[in-house]
Design a protein around this ligand. Sequence first.
Ligand code: GSH
Length: 139
Amino acid sequence: MKYFWKTVRFVLAQIILLADFCYRPKAVKRKAEKQADLDEQCQQLALYQYKACPFCVKVRWAMRRNNMKVELRDAKNNAENAYELENQGGKLKVPCLKITQLDGSSQWMYESKDIIAYLQNLADGATRIELEPSLAKAS
Ligand SMILES: N[C@@H](CCC(=O)N[C@@H](CS)C(=O)NCC(=O)O)C(=O)O
């Protein structure tokens, strides 16, 4: 019975990975200056995730669609990431977006819907992350 569920989980994971590959959206194109600004803000983000988690796939698609280069941290195979997520974020659940603010404090956002809404606002310019002084653009 143990092997049955293991096999089911394995097959499901392969289906999710295949769907991820086949249906991932195209990245939006924006002006170089806007893209550079967004890229800088995305450096303040990290997504804790599992490769074959459907909720994580949804979030990765939102990132891809909005052309957001966010660091992905595998919380399944990387014990350090899993430890950090559980101890600093509060629970070992994915997806979780870590947002690091200017003062070094971090917010840990769980729930794929909330993460996608937040990313969309960031891509649209409705929300901004305060950047590290070294990253902030001289204007
Ligand atoms: N409602 C959540 C569901 C996330 C979820 O169930 N994630 C699973 C992996 S696919 C998980 O981390 N489970 C571990 C747990 O719930 O402790 C969302 O939309 O983000």
